[in-house]
Design a protein around this ligand. Structure first.
Ligand SMILES: [Zn+2]
Length: 468
């Protein structure tokens, strides 16, 4: 079993397995995970099962290290090297030969491809990339006009299909929130990628996340989640979860904050999202935070423009194998991971070419079985899947939902009769239209099979009832 999340060089595999043992790992849906607080869960009676949205496997792409204009790792590499006193050869790359900019012309082509193909996921905007300049105050080396145009491009062409996340403030040196400047200490203890979060409270980590989120808010962007840079939060997981919940709610008022911290790029360990810190489900202000888990490594060129491992790691040419085939076949969300540095690959666009082929192959085999989703859409679906109360009676299924959810899809065993089921919520009653193929399931439809009814509908928050 291996887990690789970019720690920019230093592999984290060993650390994770030890911690699993040390932290008296809890089971979650039959899988061993970090001992995170799940929070409360609603009562459920009967055999109703919540399926994937529309009965399709969510897929998406997580893009790290992206930001406006700045080629982050061209500036970060020397700072990583300094942090380790020049001793880590992984940072002895020829970064001065790399372009300082990833141009908007490339961002636009990538965004248009994604809009055309319906590709979705998450796109980081590092708020103060490698301490070059702040998105809300200006970037030395670029004009204000260029920055404003770049932010507008993100708002108009990226944000429709991609969640925007900070990662965290600089992705390099930790910023002193009192001065807005990096701390003078340049050792790993004051680098976002490494140990700064260890031993810090949820309040301290939450304040740091809120600072990052506020810069993006000032720059006219909107966020429902955050991405951790490198090992940020890896030894402060409960505090990271609480800090994310508090900061994303405080700065953006998001109903269901989410974060990207972990990935598993092989093996049968679950990559399903984790719904954490659930509370006050039956009140006016239900709360939870969702950890989105990646299921691949970066096989598109990495954070530092290495030789890409290529398309076949995701899905082979004959469409029969690869990590995506493994995860889609077991029905878990298959969220792929990469870095903008490698997608652009210093202008050779090696990662972008790989994504175009991955998308083509997935569509060739799974067009009717997958659904591209933003991380906030996956987070909302999983919050509804885990936190909706369900009570089945002989003639109906009652839902008590803290969170509304589009295309909520349930399987009701041996539902009697043939007439179209209805969904009642308050005085509103909607009939679901019968379809004959699973591929045609979408919100407002149902599929009857010999011993089950599959119903797909927009779940309202509060009370509703499916009547057969
Ligand atoms: Zn990163």
């Amino acid at each position: 079993m291996k887990q690789l999340k970019e720690t920019h060089g230093l592999s984290r595999r060993t650390f994770l397995s030890q911690t699993a043992v040390g932290l008296a790992a809890a089971t979650w849906g039959g899988t061993t995970v970090m001992a995170q607080e799940a929070g409360v869960r609603p009562e459920r009676t009967g055999g109703v099962k919540v399926l994937n949205p529309r009965g399709r496997v969510p897929v998406g792409i997580i893009i790290d290290d992206s930001t406006c204009l700045v080629n982050l790792n061209r500036f970060a590499m020397p700072q990583f090297n300094d942090a380790w006193g020049g001793k880590q050869t992984v940072y002895h790359r020829r970064w001065k030969e790399w372009p300082a900019e990833i141009p908007d012309s490339f961002v636009r082509r990538f965004a248009e491809w994604a809009l055309d193909r319906g590709v979705k996921g998450k796109y980081s905007i590092v708020p103060y990339p490698a301490c070059v300049g702040r998105m809300d105050r200006g970037l030395p080396g670029w004009s204000r006009r260029e920055l404003e145009d770049s932010l507008a491009l993100v708002r108009e062409s990226i944000a429709p299909n991609w969640d925007i996340h900070p990662e965290m403030v600089s992705h390099t040196r930790v910023i002193d929130l009192k001065t807005g400047q990096p701390y003078p200490d340049q050792t790993p203890a004051y680098m976002e990628n490494w140990d700064w979060t260890t031993g810090r409270s949820a309040g301290e980590i939450g304040d740091y996340l809120a600072y990052a989120l506020q810069i993006l808010k000032n720059a006219g962007l909107s966020c429902e989640g955050i991405t951790t840079p490198g090992g940020f939060g890896s030894r402060a997981r409960p505090q990271l979860a609480q800090g994310t919940l508090d900061a994303v709610r405080a700065v953006f008022g998001a109903e269901i904050p989410h974060y990207f911290r972990d990935l598993y790029d092989e093996g049968d360990r679950s990559v399903a999202p984790r719904v954490e810190l659930a509370s006050a489900l039956d009140g006016d202000d239900p709360r939870c935070v969702v950890s989105i888990v990646g299921c691949t490594g970066d096989w598109t060129g990495g954070w530092d423009c290495v030789e890409p491992e290529g398309v076949d790691r995701f899905i082979t040419e004959d469409l029969s194998q690869g990590r995506m085939v493994e995860v889609i076949e077991r029905g878990e969300p298959a969220i792929m991971v990469c870095h903008w540095t490698g997608v652009y690959w210093n202008g050779e666009e090696r990662g972008f070419k790989i994504w175009q082929e991955v998308e083509r192959r997935l569509r060739a085999r799974y067009a009717d079985r997958i659904q591209w989703m933003k991380l906030c859409e996956v987070a909302r679906y999983w919050a509804a899947k885990e936190l909706t109360g369900i009570r089945e009676t002989r003639t109906s299924v009652a839902f008590e939902a803290p969170f509304a959810c589009p295309a909520f899809t349930v399987e009701v065993p041996s539902a009697p009769g043939s007439k179209a089921p209805t969904l009642a919520a308050g005085s509103e009653v909607t009939s679901l239209r019968a379809v004959s193929r699973p591929a045609d399931l979408r919100s407002g439809t149902c599929l009857r099979e010999r011993d089950r009814l599959v119903a797909c509908f927009d779940l309202p928050n509060g009370r509703s009832e499916l009547r057969g």
